[in-house]
Design a protein around this ligand. Structure first.
Ligand SMILES: Nc1ncnc2c1ncn2[C@@H]1O[C@H](COP(=O)(O)OP(=O)(O)O)[C@@H](O)[C@H]1O
Ligand SMILES: [Mg+2]
Length: 289
């Protein structure tokens, strides 16, 4: 089971949108996916339950020690389950300890929940932009990070702080847990438009992060808001759009380790005769590109 946190210290960069659409695209590729919404505002969960998310969720698993499966809800898509934040998440994510907070050993709470989890191929965790103990605990739990970046001024400034945190957590993980290092395995440039600023920042991000940046960018599109309001992932709402293709390609690349041709892990690959290229798995790829 691979676990990935979608994170960036900036709000509005497309974290929740990326979590929703990556989850949906991975399900299209026959993976069983659990999407955990670890942002108290519940934006990712609302993308599947637009009329309101269940009040029980991640907070209850953290506070009561129940398993994630017990607080997961089925989405309309076979193979995709969602853990909503739960009504109490804002209280428990900000507090360091005590009866309402994450308590002793808080860094490892999420890690323990993920360890006991079976039945999924990929766990995607959507995070809030605030540096809470919960977000740190998520970094102790997952093995990978996906950073969505929207190309506007100062996009890289916030990301550098995040990188420092990732490095620190990674060192602690190696020293104190059986977890391997924490890796930023993908950077996805989202909300790209035709402005010069967008082009310049995209070039800057590529120059800074190198091959882990997904080749395909997610263009800005008003369809995202429409899709979200209807509780449908964009890849299903606007199936043929370049934005849908970009998310499908990101999911494919995630599974195949293609963003880093130098570091492909064969255990992560799908069978070569199953699919060779994104064209084989994405019937819309050619039309949309
Ligand atoms: N590629 C895109 N083009 C246009 N709007 C987008 C795009 N991605 C996300 N949005 C919209 O931008 C807003 C913020 O996105 P969201 O995913 O909630 O960001 P975050 O989780 O980082 O705060 C939402 O209204 C969402 O529908
Ligand atoms: Mg969000």
């Amino acid at each position: 089971m691979r676990s990935i946190a979608v994170t960036n210290a900036k709000g509005g960069v497309g974290k929740s949108t990326t979590a929703i659409n990556m989850a949906a695209a991975l399900v299209e590729l026959d993976r069983r996916v659990l999407l955990i919404d670890a942002d108290p505002s519940g934006n990712a969960a609302l993308g599947f339950f637009p009329r309101g998310t269940p009040s029980v969720g991640l907070a209850d698993a953290l506070l009561e020690g129940s398993g994630l499966v017990e607080v997961a809800s089925r989405s309309d898509y076979e193979g995709l389950d969602v853990v909503p934040p739960g009504d109490r998440l804002s209280t428990c994510s900000d507090q360091m300890g005590g009866v309402q907070g994450l308590g002793q050993g808080r860094e490892f709470r999420i890690r323990r929940l993920l360890k006991g989890l079976t039945g999924y191929d990929v766990v995607i965790i959507d995070t809030s932009p605030v540096l809470t103990p919960l977000n740190v605990a998520i970094l102790y739990a997952v093995s990978e990070i996906l950073i969505p970046i929207d190309p506007c001024i100062a996009a890289l400034a916030g990301v550098r702080a995040l990188e420092d945190l990732v490095r620190t957590v990674s060192e602690f993980r190696l020293e104190f847990t059986d977890a391997g290092p924490l890796e930023i395995t993908g950077v996805l440039i989202t909300r790209v438009d035709r402005t010069l600023v967008s082009k310049q920042i995209e070039a800057e991000v590529r120059n800074y992060f190198g091959p882990i940046v997904h080749e395909r960018v997610v263009p800005a599109s008003v369809k995202f808001r429409e899709a979200y309001a209807r509780g449908v992932p964009l890849i299903h709402y606007d199936r043929m759009s370049p934005a849908a293709s970009a998310y499908r390609e990101a999911a494919f690349t995630f599974l195949n380790g293609g963003v880093r041709p130098d570091a492909v892990d064969p255990r992560r690959s799908i069978e070569p005769d199953e699919a060779e290229t994104v064209e084989d798995v994405d019937p819309y790829y050619r039309e949309a590109s």
